[in-house]
Design a protein around this ligand. Structure first.
Ligand code: FCB
Length: 497
C-alpha cells in the first residue's frame, strides 16, 4: 500500500487546491494529462450493512469451506538479526540508518526478533488457527551481494520456517521481494537498471530450487507501485529518490522482474502457483463533473491499470503512456518482447486493499471517510467490494487472494495484560463483510490475510504505528494476543463473520 504515497498525495492535493497542480504533476509525471482510454473508471459502491456480527447467527456470513484465513508479514519488518548468518545489507538498512529518514531513527536491526523467535511465532499462528501465512524472503539473506552463490544459512532459515508451517497445518505463501533490495545491486543502479530484473530471476530460481513445492503459492513483487511512488517519486522509502522519470522506468523493470520470475518457476516444472501482489486503490471522482471523472480515470491508470493491464493483458494503458510521453525513460525503456514476458500466465492475483482515493478535476484528492493513525488511509470497506468485483469484471475470473488489509490503532498493553483494539475488530469485520459480498456475487476470492500478524517496523513510521493482531512489547519482545486476535480466532473457527 502506498502508505506514505497516500499521505503525500493527500498533502499535495491540499497544495493543489491552491496551486491547481495538474494530475501529471501530482503523480510525478512530466507531460500533460490526456483523454483517458481503457477500462471504465471506478464508481462508489452501495453502503454495506456494518452492524452485523458473527455472534448473531441470523446475520452470520459463512465463507467457502476451504477459505484460506491468513495473516501477513514481511522480512525486513519483523526478522531483525540484520547481521546474522551471513545476511548482506539491504537498501532498507542503509536508508533507515541515515539520519532523519525514519521516525525516531528506528531501524529493522532488531524489529520483532522473528529470526530468533520464529518457533514461538509459529505456535502463535497455530493458536490463532491460521490456515495460510504470508511472509517474505529476504534477498540479502539468500544472496548477500545480490548475485552469485546462495548463502545456505539464509536458505536454511526459510526451510525451517516452511517446515514449521507444514507441521502446524498452515499453508506457506512466500513473497520473493518485499522491498529489501541488496544494497550492492542499488550501488549498480538498482531497479533503474534492467539488469536487476535478470538478477531477480536468478535469485528466484535459487529460492525455487531450495524450497520448491514446499511453498504452494509464490508472490513475486510486493506492491511495485509503492516502490515507484514512495521510493522514487516522494523519496520517503528506500532508496529515497525524487525522480519521477526514473520512477516509471523502475515500474517497467519491476514488472519485467515479475514476469521473469514467473518464467523461472515454470522452468522448474514444479506445481506451485505464482502471481504478483498489487495494492489497488479504487479511484472515484470527487464530484459529479465530467472533468473529475476524466481525471479519476487517469489516476486509476497510474494507481491500478499500469500494473494490472501489463501483467494480465500484455499492454500498458494507453492513457498512462500518453501522459508519460514518448520521451520518458519508461517508454524508451520498453523493448520488443518485454510485455510478453510481463504477461506470462499467472495462477492467481494478490490484492492488497487499504483505502479509496477521491480525485478532483484538477488532480487533487479529497478525504471523504474517517482516517486512521495512518493519515493516508480512509476507512471505506465498500472499496474492498468495489476493487474485488472490478478486477473480476475487467480481467476475468482469475483466482484472487487478499494478501493485505488492516489498520494501525493506538494499542496499549494494560495492567491486566490485555490490549483492547476494538477499532481493528470493527475494521476487519466490515472489510470481511465486503469481501463476503463480493464472493457471493461470484468473485473467486480464495483467501484473506490480515496485515499484520504482529506489530512490526512500519517503514518510515518506525515502530510508532501498530498494525498487528498480536501486540509486541519491544523492550521484552513479549507477544500478547490483542482483542482482535481473539476475535479473528473465533472468525476462523466459525468460518464466518
Ligand atoms: C503495505 C506494505 C506493508 C505494510 C502495510 C501497512 O503497503 O506492503 O509492508 O507497510 O502497507
Amino acid at each position: 500500500m502506498s502508505i506514505l504515497t497516500r499521505r503525500h498525495l493527500l498533502r499535495r492535493a491540499a497544495l493543489s487546491a491552491t496551486t491547481a497542480t495538474p494530475v501529471s504533476a501530482v503523480l510525478g509525471t512530466t507531460a500533460a494529462a490526456t483523454t483517458a482510454t481503457g477500462l471504465a473508471g471506478c464508481q462508489p459502491g452501495d453502503p454495506a450493512d456494518h452492524t452485523a456480527t458473527a455472534s448473531n447467527p441470523a446475520t452470520r456470513r459463512s465463507f467457502p469451506p476451504d477459505f484460506g484465513w491468513g495473516a501477513a508479514t514481511s522480512a525486513y519488518q519483523i526478522e531483525g538479526a540484520a547481521k546474522e548468518d551471513g545476511r548482506g545489507e539491504s537498501i532498507w538498512d542503509t536508508f533507515s540508518r541515515a539520519p532523519g529518514r525514519t521516525r525516531n531513527g528506528d531501524t529493522g536491526d532488531v524489529a520483532a526478533d522473528h529470526y530468533q523467535r520464529y518457533a514461538e511465532d509459529l505456535d502463535l499462528m497455530r493458536d490463532l488457527g491460521l490456515r495460510s501465512y504470508r511472509f517474505s524472503i529476504s534477498w540479502p539473506r539468500i544472496q548477500p551481494d545480490g548475485t552469485g552463490a546462495a548463502n545456505q544459512r539464509g536458505l536454511d532459515f526459510y526451510r525451517r520456517l516452511v517446515d514449521g508451517l507444514h507441521e502446524r497445518g498452515i499453508a506457506p505463501m512466500a513473497t520473493l521481494f518485499h522491498w529489501d533490495l541488496p544494497q550492492s545491486l542499488q550501488d549498480t543502479g538498482g531497479w533503474e537498471s534492467r539488469d536487476v530484473a535478470k538478477r531477480f530471476a536468478d535469485y528466484a530460481g535459487i529460492v525455487f530450487d531450495a524450497l520448491g513445492d514446499r511453498v504452494p503459492v509464490w508472490l513475486t513483487i510486493n506492491e511495485p507501485k509503492t516502490v515507484v511512488q514512495n521510493g522514487y517519486i516522494f523519496g520517503h522509502h528506500a532508496p529515497g529518490r525524487q525522480d519521477p522519470d526514473a520512477a516509471y522506468l523502475v515500474a517497467h523493470h519491476l514488472q519485467l522482474a515479475h514476469g521473469l520470475a514467473v518464467r523461472a518457476l515454470r522452468a522448474t516444472g514444479g506445481k506451485s502457483r505464482i502471481g504478483p501482489a498489487f495494492n489497488l486503490h479504487p479511484c472515484y471522482p470527487a464530484d459529479d463533473s465530467a472533468a473529475a471523472a476524466e481525471t479519476a480515470r487517469l489516476y486509476d491508470g497510474y494507481e491500478n491499470r499500469l500494473y494490472l493491464d501489463s501483467a494480465l493483458t500484455g499492454s500498458y494503458p494507453s492513457d498512462v503512456l500518453a501522459d508519460l510521453g514518448p520521451g520518458s525513460r519508461m517508454v524508451r525503456g520498453i523493448r520488443d518482447g518485454d510485455l510478453e514476458i510481463i504477461s506470462a500466465p499467472i495462477d492467481l492475483l494478490a490484492v492488497q486493499y487499504y483505502t479509496p482515493i477521491y480525485v478532483t478535476a484538477d488532480g487533487g484528492t479529497v478525504r471523504r471517510w474517517p482516517t486512521s493513525e495512518a493519515d493516508w488511509q480512509q476507512i471505506y470497506p465498500d472499496g474492498m467490494y468495489d476493487i474485488l468485483t472490478r478486477v473480476t469484471r475487467d480481467y476475468g475470473p482469475i483466482p484472487l487472494t487478499v494478501t493485505e488489509n488492516g489498520l494501525p490503532t493506538p494499542d496499549e498493553l494494560s495492567a491486566d495484560g490485555t490490549v483492547e483494539d476494538d477499532g481493528r475488530v470493527t475494521f476487519l469485520r466490515d472489510h470481511l463483510t465486503a469481501a463476503h459480498r463480493a464472493i457471493a456475487e461470484g468473485v473467486p476470492l480464495e483467501s484473506f490475510h490480515v496485515w499484520s500478524l504482529l506489530d512490526n517496523f512500519e517503514w518510515a513510521e518506525g515502530y510508532e504505528q501498530r498494525w498487528g493482531l498480536i501486540y509486541v512489547d519491544y523492550p521484552t519482545q513479549r507477544r500478547v494476543f490483542k482483542r482482535s486476535a481473539h476475535w479473528y480466532r473465533q472468525v476462523i473457527a466459525d468460518n464466518a463473520v
